[in-house]
Write a protein of this length. Structure first.
Length: 86
């Protein structure tokens, strides 16, 4: 049997939303709540050995390049048809 050399914590006042999300994550990953909580702490503190995969578009921030052809193509979208907004 492997000896556990980790430090133990007791957390109090865990909000219901965190409890619910942690339990859902544990089931989804097939882990115990303890392992799911440790993995969440590792990710949140930035000490996880697993690469974080983002599904947002943050990598596009600041990457816009002026494109006159595109600007000309969408120029008509900037016109408001007042009759449609009555």
């Amino acid at each position: 049997m492997k000896k556990n050399t980790g430090i133990q914590y007791t957390l109090r006042g865990v909000p219901r939303a965190i409890d619910r999300t942690l339990r859902e994550q544990a089931v989804k990953e097939g882990k115990s709540i303890n392992h799911a909580a440790l993995a969440a702490l590792e990710r949140g503190l930035g000490v996880s050995s697993q690469k974080v995969v983002h599904d947002d578009m943050d990598d596009l921030i600041g990457s816009w390049e002026p494109d006159p052809v595109f600007d000309k193509a969408i120029k008509g979208f900037r016109t408001i048809d007042r009759d449609l907004w009555k």
